[in-house]
Design a protein around this ligand. Structure first.
Ligand code: PRP
Ligand code: URA
Length: 210
């Protein structure tokens, strides 16, 4: 059975996605919006975290309470564009460890090329959130998840902002155990592997490199 695919349709997310699609949205605003969308997505993507019962003493009396239990968390942004989501997720889970995987798509083959990988040494014991705003062919996300699994991680969630149907299908085929959260499911890929309507090149728009 495939993992779940959650298209997050909260009005705040939908509004912010419309703003990042706009070609006239500048670097500063684009960066802020990606971070805000990541925070809102993280709220949903952490809904299944386990809790344990504890006790707390309020100024009035002792009472039952709940705190997070279970696996510790790790974030793994796919460079470059995934970096734009890190701070937004850390806003909600500030103690998460952060690994990095560097991949770029070969413009001819559209296949991902790895140039960097540094993961927390205990990633095998952590629940891992892979961050990348764009899920296009799905090659980059699938390879990144391969690297993370090779280090022993078993519970992996993919958080992206805009996904193409082709990307979702590719990740589900290679990693049926991985849940996918995205803010919008777009129509298709064009001949250059860009998501349509999409938002263009996420890395260039976050870092102002175009
Ligand atoms: C973009 C994006 C994803 C990848 C998605 O990165 O951030 O990592 O493309 O495409 P895929 O699903 O077809 O693999 P890019 O290769 O442009 O690198 P960058 O983030 O450094 O700009
Ligand atoms: N990478 C991007 O940044 N945008 C796309 O539409 C596809 C891949």
């Amino acid at each position: 059975m495939n993992g779940k695919v959650m298209i997050l349709d909260h009005p705040l997310i939908r509004h912010k996605v419309s703003l990042i699609r706009n070609k006239d949205t500048g670097v500063k605003e684009f960066r802020e919006l990606i971070s805000e969308i990541a925070t809102l997505e993280a709220y949903e993507a952490t809904r299944d975290l386990q809790l344990e019962e504890t006790e707390v003493e309020t100024p009035l009396c002792k009472t039952k309470a709940e705190t997070l239990s279970g696996k510790k968390l790790a974030l793994v942004p796919i460079l470059r564009a995934g970096l734009g989501m890190v701070d937004g997720v850390l806003t909600l889970i500030p103690a998460a460890k952060v690994g990095h995987i560097g991949l770029y798509r070969d413009p001819e083959t559209l296949k991902p090329v790895k140039y960097y990988c540094k993961l927390p040494s205990d990633i095998g014991e952590r629940q891992v959130f892979v961050l990348d705003p764009m899920l296009a062919t799905g090659g980059s996300a699938s390879d990144a998840i391969d690297f993370i699994k090779a280090d022993g991680a078993k519970h992996i969630v993919l958080m992206c902002v805009i996904a193409a149907p082709e990307g979702i299908a590719a990740v589900q085929e290679r990693h049926p155990d991985v849940d996918i959260y995205c803010a919008a499911l777009d129509e298709k890929l064009n001949d250059h592997g860009y998501i349509v309507p999409g938002l263009g090149d996420a890395g260039d728009r976050i870092f102002g490199t175009k």
